[in-house]
Write a new protein. Structure first.
Length: 115
């Protein structure tokens, strides 16, 4: 099983990024997918979730309106579009797959928002 995140980097405040997570080794279309982030000295937090079919999404209030999660089950890939980036969005962003008691994590991709 692999979840490989990409698309992170250094971006100026107000900018945008699109993160990708390529999945392999499991039946992607049966798993809900989520993005989490963890800033230095902070707990990992959920920032977006999408159900297995892609019909339902959830976001915490802190990112609602700026973050958009989507998935392409034909490509076994989940995306996170991040707009209007703020310095407080700086964190390592992790991809998560979950179905019942089965859960997988990626290694993370660093997003740094700084001028």
């Amino acid at each position: 099983v692999q979840l490989v995140e990409s698309g992170g980097g250094l971006v100026q405040p107000g900018g945008s990024l699109r993160l990708s997570c390529a999945a392999s080794g499991f039946t992607f279309s049966r798993f809900a997918m989520s993005w989490y982030r963890q800033a230095p000295e902070k707990e990992r937090e959920l920032v977006a979730r999408i159900d297995s079919a892609g019909g339902s999404t959830n976001y915490p209030d802190s990112v609602k309106g700026r973050f958009t999660i989507s998935r392409d089950n034909a490509k076994n890939t989940v995306y996170l579009q991040i707009n209007s980036l703020k310095p407080e969005d700086t964190a390592v962003y992790y991809c998560n797959a979950k179905r019942s008691w089965t859960e997988y994590w990626g290694q993370g991709t660093q997003v740094t928002v700084s001028s």
